[in-house]
Design a protein around this ligand. Sequence first.
Ligand code: ATP
Length: 357
Amino acid sequence: MAEYRIASIPADGIGPEVISAGLEVLEAVAARDGGFTLKVDHYDWSSNYYRKHGHFMPPDALAWLRTADAIYFGAVGDPDIKDDVTLWGLRLPICQGFDQYANVRPTRILPGVTSPLRDVGPGDLDWVIIRENSEGEYAGHGGRAHRGLPEEVATETAIFTRRGVERIMRYAFQIAQDRPAKHLTVVTKSNAQRHGMVFWDEIAALVSHDFPDVRWERELVDAMTMRMVRKPQSIDTVVATNLHADILSDLAAALAGSLGVAPTGNVDPERRSPSMFEPIHGSAFDITGKGIANPVATFWTGAMMLEHLGEKPAAALLMRAVEQVCAAGILTPDLGGKSSTAEVTKAVCDAVRGINR
Ligand code: ATP
């Protein structure tokens, strides 16, 4: 029987609440499946750890994480610590250290969940957004000079490399090819950004030759926002730069009903290092400790993790259980329901145990 090592990093805010719910559900799935077990290593790296030790994780953290098959991450963020400190302290060193260059964000309207879009229901919106996760506008390249003076200058240079663009395009075409619609939208801004984005378009066209069965097109990022709202049925797989996809995927999460149901995976498609799976939402301190955090994003991200580990039937089983529970109206308050995190978790565990495979 396969045994997978999962590194669990719940971190801050509602992170520990949703990750413990997620682990409970994953244990139920493993027991129901019978073909694999999970060995979970718990890490307390977080903003509290930073307050105690002066850093978010120990210097040999990546060596520890490397022993895992996958990382299950909660949320990082603290009201008293600046956002860029938390982000560059915990999540980014893992994403960059393991070269998890593809950020994968599936979006669907789950049954029982209402989209803010009129007349759009489950089946009308079924997307996967692939975000370039290692370079582009978030490469961290730039600087400031003449601080505080009238001639102060700040630069933030987007970096696009042939290797970086080609590998994300190849992965996006591959994902599109594996989906029934076999349709990829390459988001660009090559009308205004005449260097990096023209390069991006050229490489998309080159890579497309290796995927003749994938229908693909280019769309400007501004036009894409309108299309997501007006014609969600016309979209299937999307690839975009680090910045563009960051914005588009928050819009996607809102259109799907709530941040509380949106999952993501930071994936190393070459599997040199463990990939990291996390809900899109942050630490949500306004609801921390109230027992009402929506655990669905964390369950869905758990299903993505199982799929990545090669346990496709178990992943599908988990998603069917989640959909069954949502359809039955067992929802947390962010989705208009009255159930607690614990009630939704129990309902999903019960559904997992009861589903015929
Ligand atoms: P961070 O600074 O870590 O990004 P944040 O609180 O600014 O955190 P999010 O946590 O992403 O931002 O969420 C914004 C709001 O959405 C929260 O304040 C919360 O009310 C709601 N929210 C986010 N995630 C969930 C969830 N899982 N369940 C219920 N509500 C949620």
